[in-house]
Design a protein around this ligand. Structure first.
Ligand code: FAD
Length: 429
């Protein structure tokens, strides 16, 4: 087996940087637990002992709107008593949660669907900031089916929210308690995961070629031929685990009809700002996951993760480390700014949201991703299905644009593709 990657390291956007006592996550900061298979996966990679976990329930999240941070409710009581939404909006949500909705027949914009069910204030205050934080996208422009395939199915098969959400969790074995969901990273950052995978692949005899520019062509005897600068290989199965435009370019010689629809899947640019802050410059109890910003506030930041509050060992003693996000589909222009202008914006935003009152930051690093994440425009899932239906036998697609954007989603997609290939391989009799 061969793995050919165009970058000089594996891992894609999973990229951790050690900078003295700071540990910076340029891409994902952690992933949400994904069930029993996860433990086996970590064991196989020798990572279980290195995992750092934090309960999601015990990690408060906030939304910045109307000039201050509001705690996001975690249950019915905090929803009824919290300050995040005005009473009329809360009543509107209750009506939506307990009433019936019109199940979506086609893919719809997430914003449009939930405006109908929960009302405008809930969408603008809760959903839009959350989608900007997770997908770097505008909830009114991305489709339910592409971004949340499981939720889209559950909503289409029900006409009330609570049964729809319950159906997504599946039945739990009689008497079994559900394990509380947690966030996971590793002592030296999330990049330990692709590094461990790389080691496991090498151990299994897989040849890795980095810094390569692969090309795909028909091979001999109905096989596929992959060529790169200093090598070539033929195989019965080839998996393209690359962003959509790159998949389109690779497929062009063997499946030209896939090129245009894949090239049309846009990506959102994102700038990550790592901000180190002396504790005395920002008094307060900053214990929690972080915050998102409602659009329309005089703050440009999409949101910030309180990285050093979630996991130990991310910042020197007496300091906070924040990971702040700018840009996305909502505000792409800001990702083109020079760093000096961005620095002033970060200072203004953290003064407005968290009361930062220092002269300078203890650390400031930027990482620009252009693009960072695929945009699931309305109709995305249908377009992907039609591309998949044109794929010749033996060619497979994987990656975050095909069934969920999170790391667990990408891992599951990888496992599904591996199972499909395994099922197609000839069995020894
Ligand atoms: C800033 C940021 C924060 C995030 N935060 C979280 C989080 O906290 N939790 C979470 O679960 N998810 C998070 N995500 C999402 C998640 O990290 C990504 O969706 C996922 O890691 C993407 O994996 P991928 O393999 O699909 O794509 P990528 O990571 O983009 O990898 C694509 C790979 O393809 C290679 N490639 C590209 N073109 C070619 C070519 N022509 N030939 C060969 N190789 C090629 C690239 O070099 C790269 O290695 C975040 C993403 C970003 C950008």
């Amino acid at each position: 087996m061969q793995l050919v990657c165009n970058a000089d390291r594996l891992g894609g956007v999973i990229a951790s940087t050690r900078d003295g006592e700071w540990l910076l996550e340029n891409g994902p900061n952690s992933y949400a637990s994904f069930g029993a298979d996860e433990e086996q996966f970590l064991d196989d990679l020798g990572l279980r002992e290195r995992a750092l976990r934090r309960s999601i329930r015990q990690t408060d999240r906030f939304i910045f709107h109307s000039g201050r941070l509001h705690r996001v409710p975690t249950g019915p009581l905090s929803f009824l008593t919290g300050s995040i939404l005005p009473p009329a909006a809360r009543l509107r949500i209750l009506r939506g949660v307990f009433g019936r909705y019109q199940p979506p027949v086609h893919d719809v914009a997430i914003g449009a669907f939930f405006r109908q069910v929960l009302g405008d204030v809930a969408v603008d205050t809760l959903l839009k900031p959350a989608l900007a934080g997770i997908y770097a996208a505008d909830a009114d422009r991305i489709g339910l089916e592409g971004a949340f395939p499981k939720l889209a199915r559950a909503l289409a098969e029900n006409n009330r929210l609570i049964p729809a959400l319950k159906s997504m969790r599946g039945p739990s074995p009689a008497g079994a308690k559900r394990t509380p969901r947690s966030l996971t990273t590793f002592s030296e950052g999330l990049e330990e995961l692709p590094r461990a995978l790389e080691q496991a692949l090498r151990g299994a005899g897989v040849a890795l070629h980095t810094g390569a520019q692969p090309r795909l062509q028909p091979g001999t005897e109905r096989r596929w031929r992959v060529e790169w600068q200093d090598g070539a290989a033929e195989a019965d199965h080839v998996v393209l685990a690359v962003p959509p435009p790159a998949a389109g370019d690779l497929l062009a010689p063997v499946c030209p009809e896939a090129r245009q629809p894949l090239a049309a899947i846009e990506g959102a640019p994102l700038t990550v700002a790592h901000v180190g802050i002396r504790a005395e410059d920002m008094p307060g109890d900053w214990n929690g996951f972080g915050f998102l910003v409602r659009r329309g506030e005089p703050v440009r930041m999409l949101g910030a993760i309180w990285s050093s509050s979630i996991f130990a060992g991310r910042a020197p003693r007496g300091h906070h480390l924040l990971t702040c996000f700018y840009g996305g589909d909502i505000d792409p222009e800001v990702t083109e700014w020079p760093d000096s202008r961005l620095e002033q914006q970060v200072q203004a935003d953290l003064a407005a949201t968290m009361g930062w009152q220092g002269e300078t930051f203890a650390l400031l690093r930027f990482r620009h991703w252009r693009p960072a994440l695929p945009l699931f425009r309305v109709g995305h899932a249908g377009r992907v299905r039609s591309v998949e239906s044109t794929l010749p036998e033996g060619l497979h697609l994987a990656g975050n644009w095909l069934g969920g954007i999170s790391i667990p989603d990408c891992i599951r997609r990888g496992w599904d593709v591996a199972d499909r290939i395994d099922a197609a391989l000839p069995r020894e009799t």
